[in-house]
Design a protein. Structure first.
Lengths: 270, 329
């Protein structure tokens, strides 16, 4: 196993404040001989107001990492801190409070919807977390407007009446309603077609630029990482093999695996 | 709900069940004769003179028709009660075990497996012997609390598969409570299965009640289809050729079980678009065939080209609307 390459310029690293830090996080599924180490000794920081991307092929543990960051999956060992609070083992009310700050958008805009709920019902569920049912309607419409949808158009629709891109944007709107400080987007564009993909990616950059949101974007597509990210983390088989600013990692890769990922990007012409 | 496409099988099953229900619910008000009143001698042959005599008399000189309509009512009551109880217990245990997973699931499924391993008819017999003054309601309870394990297992398996869907994560992130996720994010996805399992539970409970009654463990002081058969057997109606004493309850029992099974399999067709037939057959050849395999309905079920049920359903829906449009044009 090769050494993890950390490419941050020490001088530069100090200029950004880490919002979320993971230190030596491990995740093992199963026991004994059938144990699978999905994530091994991963440490990274998510800087405030930046988009950080985790790149890796399927099975590299990046989605597992996302679920652990969200507190949906308990970690085996290691520590995670958010705004200098320990969020390694959250339960009950503390976890609900955490979800007010950290929200997520998932990969599959089809299965992320409860097919029996209208958009209104889906969104109004999140109001309970906010504890503010009064401003509910306004909040919903505001969040929908933010992703380029209009409330009256989509609120009373069922998911099967929406297109894939609309659905993914409703999902982003749901996350936005909580006004989170951090958003985790787990392969949020991989099931959309190319034109919608750029659309959703632009929504994410807008969130960073306008609201100063910290975004963790998980993808297998190094091209999207390059388009979007301020920092890139590369994972291979549960190990974080390289991390650093986008221009360093993408245009001057040090690790063998990063080079291989880059060489696999299809080129239109050479 | 334009998507629901009831098949002829469903309508046949539904009308049979409706017939049984009408006989069971309205029958006693039409026949009016007290099932315990003696109106003739031992096994008087049927005659058309009086409504109560249409099916003759039984071993005690009571009207078979009056006993039959009251017996159907009792059997339906036992079946429904047992079905509801079994369904509720099975659903709660299955949902909680499936959604929680881990140790909770292991414990609940362990209990289920133990209950499953005990032959339920033995438990039912012991319970009904132990309980004094058996009536239909108690019998329904006893059958209900012994027949839930299969439902629990199946519901557990299905909710385990739904638990890992992303919409559950989305609901949790939205701050939905545990019970709310269980009721609104998991249960609705199981409803089609729950409806079918309930029908089977009712049918099974009615047959269990008859089996118990034929062993002499039926409701005391009440008539059920099973107790009618018990008395008919005990008093040698088969030997003496008094067919009116044992055939009517047998036929009604068969009809109830058959129509419920038919309803279950027709519901399967309603909920699973891959099994839909009927209208598809009338589809004109070659009209709008984006998926070639759909052109022949025989290959629909087994076609490797049609993998997603949703896709097959949409194609079937589209084709039936094509037929309708074609008819109008």
């Amino acid at each position: 196993m090769t050494q993890s390459v950390v490419r941050d310029d020490p001088a530069l690293a100090g200029s950004h404040e880490a919002l979320f830090s993971a230190r030596e996080v491990n995740k093992t599924f199963g026991h004994g001989r059938r144990a699978v180490e999905a994530v091994k000794n991963v440490s990274f920081d998510l800087n405030k107001g930046q988009i950080t991307t985790i790149v890796g092929e399927s099975g590299s543990g990046k989605s597992t990492m996302a679920r652990m960051v969200l507190g949906l999956l308990p970690i085996t060992s290691g520590t995670m801190t958010f705004e200098d609070r320990d969020v390694t083992k959250l339960r009950g009310g503390a976890r609900t409070a955490y979800w007010r700050d950290v929200q997520a958008v998932f990969q599959d805009p089809f299965s992320a919807f409860n097919q029996f709920f209208t958009v209104r019902r889906l969104l109004s569920r999140a109001l309970r977390l906010l504890g503010d049912a009064e401003a509910g309607q306004a909040k919903m419409e505001e969040a929908l407007n933010h992703v380029g949808l209009s409330g009256p158009d989509v609120l009373d629709r069922f998911p099967h009446q929406l297109s894939g891109g609309q659905r993914q944007r409703v999902m982003i709107a749901r996350a936005l309603m909580m006004s989170p400080t951090m958003l985790v987007a787990d392969e949020a564009t991989s099931m959309l077609d190319a034109s919608l993909r750029v659309n959703v990616l632009n929504v994410l950059t807008d969130l960073r630029d306008q609201l100063g949101m910290t975004i963790l974007f998980i993808t297998h597509d190094i091209g999207q990482a390059c388009y979007l990210a301020d920092r890139v983390l590369v994972m291979e088989h549960g190990v974080m093999v390289e991390q650093g600013p986008t221009d360093k990692v993408i245009f001057d890769p040090q690790h063998e695996y990063t080079r291989r990922l880059l060489s696999d990007v299809p080129r239109l012409h050479d | 709900m334009k998507a629901i496409n009831f098949t002829p099988r469903f309508w046949v099953a539904a009308s049979l069940i409706l017939f049984v229900l009408v006989v069971g619910v309205l029958g006693p008000f039409i026949v009016r004769t007290d099932p315990n009143a003696v109106i003739g001698g031992l096994y008087d042959a049927p005659s058309m003179n009086k409504l109560a005599m249409w099916l003759g008399t039984d071993n005690e000189g009571q009207s078979v028709l009056a006993n039959l309509v009251n017996g159907i009512r009792t059997s339906l009551l036992v079946g429904l009660l047992a079905g509801i109880i079994a369904m509720v217990i099975g659903l709660i245990i299955g949902l909680v075990a499936g959604f929680q997973g881990g140790v909770v699931s292991d414990i609940l499924m362990g209990i289920t497996n133990i209950v499953l391993a005990i032959p339920s008819i033995v438990v039912v017999i012991l319970l009904s012997v132990a309980l004094n003054g058996r009536n239909a309601v108690i019998l329904g309870f006893v059958i209900g609390i012994t027949s839930w394990p299969w439902t629990a297992r199946a519901v557990q398996a299905q909710s385990t598969s739904i638990r890992v869907r992303e919409h559950i994560d989305v609901a949790r992130l939205s701050g939905a409570r545990w019970i709310s996720i269980l009721l609104w994010d998991i249960l609705p996805y199981l409803l089609s299965y729950v409806a079918m399992a309930f029908v089977l539970q009712v049918s099974g409970a009615i047959l269990t009640e008859s089996a118990l009654s034929m062993l002499g463990l039926g409701p005391s002081g009440e008539t059920s289809l099973g107790t009618m058969l018990y008395w008919a057997l005990a008093w040698g109606s088969v030997r003496t050729g008094a067919w009116w004493a044992f055939l009517p309850p047998t036929i009604m029992l068969t009809l109830v079980a058959f129509s419920l099974l038919l309803l279950q399999s027709s519901l399967d067709e309603v909920f699973n678009p891959r099994l839909r037939r009927g209208k598809l057959r009338k589809r004109p050849r070659g009209a709008a065939t984006p998926v070639p395999a759909v052109a022949s309905p025989q290959t629909l079920g087994s076609s490797p080209l049609i993998e997603a049920p949703g896709r097959a359903g949409r194609t079937a829906g589209a084709s039936s609307s094509t037929v309708r449009d074609g008819g109008v044009a």
